[in-house]
Structures are given as C-alpha cells and as structure tokens.
Design a binder for this molecule. Structure first.
Ligand SMILES: Cc1ncc(COP(=O)(O)O)c(C=O)c1O
Length: 310
C-alpha cells in the first residue's frame, strides 16, 4: 500500500544522499505523482478550521489541493523586485493559532525562485516555535542549481517536514505518475491508511520503472538539468537585447519571467518565445518552449508573464 520495497528503499537512499536527512523506507510513501502526494498530505495534515500559508507565486493546483481538505489557504504576497523571496517578518505576522502548515516550493513553479539556507533556517525556527508543519514541494530539486538547499537537510526540520517529490521532472517521466512523500513515521502511518482506501498502490510496472530510474545514479537528472540551462541561455540571450524585457527569479525549474507592461511588449515577448523555440540547441526540447499569459498563480503576478523553456 505504501509502495514497493525496492522503490521506497531507492527513494530513501536518494533522499538521504541529496539532503543528508537520515531516513529509511519507513518514512516513504509512494503516490500517483507529486500532485497526488500533495493531495494526500493535505488530507492527512489539514482539516476544516486550519490554515495553510502559501507564498506567492504558487503552483496552480495548490488552492484546490488545500481547499479539498477543508482548510483555508492564506496566500503570502512576495515581491518581484526581491526575486519572490519570502519576507520572514510577513510570514511571522501571517501565522495564527489556526496555522497548521506552510507550503514551500523551492525551486518554485512558476517563478524559478530558490530559497536560501538562511531563509529556510529562519522558517524552520519559526515553524518549530509555532508548532507548524513544513510541506516542501521539491519536484524541481534534482534539476536545481548547485546551491539549492532542501529544508529537510536543516537541523530541527526532521519531525516537522514532509518532502514531496517525483520522477516527473528529474527523469521526464511525468506520464508515469510516480511521486512520493518523505515524512516522519507517524505521518507515514496515516498515509498507509489513506492509500489503502484511495488507490491501494501504483501498478507494479510503474514502480519497477521508477525504481530503475532512481538506480541510474544522478546521470539522467544532470542531463535534464544541463539541457534546461542551455534552453534558458537561449531565451536569456534573445531577451537581453530587448528593451524592457528584464528577467526575474531565474534560479531553478524550467521557467523565466519577464515583465509585459503593454500589448506591444506582449507581442514582442511572444515573438521572442517563438524565436527561442526555433533556436533551441536541443532539437528534442524545441517543442516545449511555451509562453504563459496567466493570472491564476497569485496576486503578486501582476503584469509578469512566464516563459517555460523545459
Ligand atoms: C511545483 C509542482 N508541484 C507538483 C507538480 C506535479 O508533479 P507530478 O507530475 O509529479 O504530479 C508540478 C508539476 O508541474 C509542479 O510544478
């Protein structure tokens, strides 16, 4: 129900080598993608009357995943000029007696923001003080810049952190729908109960494929990361010549942001996206450049637009 032993073992080994956190199969549950892991975490940790703080901008499914548990999502505005980093004082003010968790996503979708060690340490301290869980969505961790820090690697995070990940980004196995949680054993027991009545586990061939993928050391993730970096350089190279097309928070993930203040700029950015699409050095990834003109990712989005170069 929690997942195949070989897969859970590989996940624990990989997580431990990436973060230094001491974990075993007893801390791991397998779900149908990080999305399902997020939903399961929401159902097991949250309930009506509780609040979850979610820094903006956030992944588009977060509001529904939180709402379905009955909890209330409290968006925490962030500032584009500060690279969408969390203001620790604003976070402290947002915590109330009803706060059950903060949902972090670094590297962030959609902004690409990566939280620093110092910021994460402050967040851990704040969460411990206020008995608040940290839900850390780390689907982009394996393809993050070298200086990426997992919150689970920090002192004091062990018993209050649920790390969520999957093979969707690191191994480009999105369609296989295999993700997981690494959490304290007490929460893992709850995941067992939920999984029993939710999916009863993933098909064996999917778990075998994911277990095999994780055994190929970090090679695949590094290849994926390098291709993304190359694509990003193409987009950067083209935008750097364009007046007003400044890039923000280009730290991680597969996204860059640029401001589009008027329709003329919007048209120009669209054409840049198309140009970058054609110029992408990796033919296999060309079709995956995408320009998003979205307003559903949090109020802090304002006039920014996202270019996916994955
Ligand atoms: C931040 C974030 N979390 C979760 C997911 C879902 O990942 P999965 O395909 O493993 O369900 C995505 C997918 O784009 C994502 O960007």
């Amino acid at each position: 129900m929690l997942g195949d032993d070989r897969l859970r073992h590989n996940i624990a080994v990989r997580h431990q080598s990436r973060t230094g956190q001491q974990v075993s199969t007893d801390n791991v549950s397998v779900f149908s993608g990080a999305q399902n892991a997020l939903f399961a975490t929401s159902l097991c940790l949250l309930e009506h009357g509780t609040e979850v703080i979610v820094p903006e901008l956030y992944y588009a499914t977060y509001p529904a995943a939180v709402k379905l548990s009955g909890a209330t999502m409290i968006p925490l505005p962030t500032d584009v000029a500060k690279g969408f980093q969390i203001d620790i004082d604003a976070l402290e003010k947002a915590i109330t007696p009803r706060t059950r968790a903060i949902l972090l996503n670094s590297p962030n979708n959609p902004t690409g923001a990566v939280y620093s060690r110092k910021l994460l340490m402050q967040i851990v301290e704040l969460c411990r003080k206020n008995r608040v869980w940290i839900i850390s969505d780390e689907v982009y961790a394996e393809i993050a810049p070298q200086d990426f820090v997992s919150v689970s690697s920090l002192t004091g995070a062990d018993d209050i952190t649920v790390t969520i990940s999957s093979v969707s980004k690191s191994h480009r196995m999105t369609g296989w729908r295999c993700g997981w949680t690494v959490s304290p054993e007490s929460l893992n027991d709850q995941f067992y109960n939920l999984n029993m009545c939710m999916a009863y586990g993933l098909p064996a061939f999917i778990q075998d494929a994911a277990a095999y993928a994780l055994e190929q050391n970090e090679h695949t993730a590094i290849v994926v990361r390098d291709k993304l970096m190359r694509n990003r350089d193409v987009v950067k190279g083209v935008l750097s010549h364009m007046h007003g097309a400044h890039l923000y928070a280009e730290g991680g993930g597969m996204f860059v942001y640029c401001p589009v203040m008027d329709s003329v700029a919007a048209v120009r950015v669209c054409s840049v996206s198309a140009y970058a699409w054609m110029k992408a050095p990796c033919a296999g990834l060309r079709r995956e450049f995408l320009l998003m003109l979205k307003r559903s990712l949090g109020e802090s989005l304002n006039t920014l637009n996202r270019i996916t170069h994955g």
